[in-house]
Ligand binder design. Structure first.
Ligand code: EPZ
Length: 429
């Protein structure tokens, strides 16, 4: 298995191009199931999760063409996917695929809305928590679906089509909002989604659905009103820049110091995290070009954070922020409120010399003078990248194993960082 080798200590100087957002691209690709016409998605990141979802959609009959690269093209530019779901050949999403990527469960809503039936494997738990799907199922039931669980599969049907309904989510859920939103676009009548997720990825999906002919009001708010239409058409849509990738490189720069332009990043999608970063002592300026981060890597101020649904501090940046706090000049408290088990990076950061005390959902981080390189591994994407950030700041060599987690969500990670002066390389076995 591949490893990433890092020799820490260098500041980051230069430009990091920010890719299209993984967590926007995935539901956008799934939205292609809603229409018989072609959906063209631009700025899609080249990631393992995207490739896997291509396979999963292909299984349902979606024809996907990828525009190849031409000589002279920007090597960091996103790809364009053309998704043609004219004929759905199979409404089953099997266990061996859904268990490899939870987001593929979201095919349930569009398949049910368009075809009237779907059989989708329950995704099961994962490294960061139990992650149930009850909100998804309750929302679809509120739209008139008949749902049973049979041998590990959700078997859903709506032979006469879905009808509008009122859904009040008990807790903010990005995925359940995607499911209900996509399903409601083709349901008869009006649907109201209350306590809906306001994450920018939901808005990106809603904007694309509107281009496809959906009638949606309340974008960026926690109440979405959808008036169902009988069919959706094709559209062209560009995936928004990845706010989590941008936040990750901003934290790396804050930790090791330097001057980096996160090209294409949008500060308006990341305000809370950027405010927190400013409090740690880095300078952040945003412009049409992107977000510029400048710091010395010294005198990092400790700041307490609590993760929360958007516009709060994102859980997907919690591990990276913890890495930064390991070198702060004092103690900070990091509270995780979204997932119950999202602290796997704690033990691994400790291997680099970090001092972190865990108590329930809160980690207390005592900043240390220096970290020292070591072999480490993590069991999820964001935890893995937190180890990369810590490795960039650590003295000596850090070997990050289980690189496949990083490949799920960070496009050209080593290239982007080494272009800015980091000593980082992939060792293929
Ligand atoms: C999305 O996961 C993201 N995944 C996650 O990013 C992200 O951490 C999460 O939203 C929160 O922002 C993608 O977009 C592909 P949720 P999702 O439903 O939709 C509970 C990454 O690293 N819940 O918003 O699955 C759930 O257990 C990934 O890129 C229920 O109880 O998350 C959690 O506590 C990891 N029942 C909370 O809600 C349900 O039916 C929020 O989860 C659904 C969720």
């Amino acid at each position: 298995m591949d490893k990433i080798r890092i020799v820490g200590g260098n500041a980051l100087e230069g430009i990091i191009p920010i890719s299209g957002a993984k967590n926007a691209a995935l539901p956008l690709m799934i939205a292609s199931l809603l229409s018989e016409e072609r959906l063209i998605l631009e700025n899609v990141p080249r990631l393992a999760d995207v490739a896997l979802l291509q396979r999963i959609l292909g299984n349902h009959g979606v024809n996907i063409t990828t525009n190849g690269k031409r000589a002279g093209d920007d090597p960091f530019a996103g790809q364009t996917l053309e998704l043609d779901a004219r004929v759905i050949v199979d409404t089953t999403a099997p266990y061996d695929l859904v268990s490899r990527m939870r987001a593929s469960f979201w095919v349930l809503g569009p398949l049910l809305a368009r075809i009237g039936r779907a059989r989708v494997s329950l995704p099961g738990g994962c490294a960061i928590g139990t992650r149930p799907v009850d909100f998804h199922l309750d929302a679809l039931r509120a739209l008139g679906a008949d749902i049973e669980i049979d041998a590990g599969y959700v078997v859903a049907s709506a032979p006469r089509g879905l009808r509008g309904g009122r859904v009040v989510f008990p807790k903010v859920s990005v995925g359940a909002t995607h499911t209900a939103l996509m399903a409601a676009t083709l349901a008869e009548g009006e649907t109201v989604l209350e306590n809906a997720a306001r994450e920018p990825e939901v808005t990106d999906l809603a904007e694309c659905l509107i281009k496809m002919g959906a009638k949606i009001e309340g974008l960026d708010t926690s109440t979405l009103r959808i008036t169902g239409v009988s069919r959706l058409r094709g559209a062209r849509h560009s995936v928004q820049p990845d706010r989590i990738e941008a936040g990750t490189y901003a934290m790396a720069t804050a930790m090791v110091g330097g001057d980096v332009m996160l090209k294409g990043a949008r500060a308006d999608l990341l305000e809370n995290a950027l405010d927190v970063l400013r409090q740690t002592g880095v300078q952040i300026d945003s412009s049409d070009e992107g977000i510029r981060v400048r710091g010395t890597g010294n005198g990092i101020q400790p700041v307490d954070v609590t993760t929360a649904p958007y516009p709060g501090f994102p859980t997907d940046l919690q591990a990276q922020f913890m890495a930064l706090m390991t070198r702060a000049g004092g103690s900070s408290r990091i509270t995780e409120t979204i997932f119950e088990n999202r602290f796997m990076h704690v033990q691994e950061l400790a291997r680099l010399g970090a001092r972190i005390h865990l108590d329930g959902d809160t980690a207390t981080v005592e900043g240390v003078e220096r970290l020292t390189g070591a072999p480490v591994m993590a069991t999820d994407l964001r935890a893995s990248v937190s180890l990369v950030i810590a490795g960039l700041a650590a003295e000596g060599e850090t070997l990050v194993q289980r690189v496949y987690h990083l490949d799920r969500g960070f496009e050209k990670l080593e290239e982007k960082l080494s272009r800015c002066g980091a000593v980082i390389e992939r060792i293929s076995n």
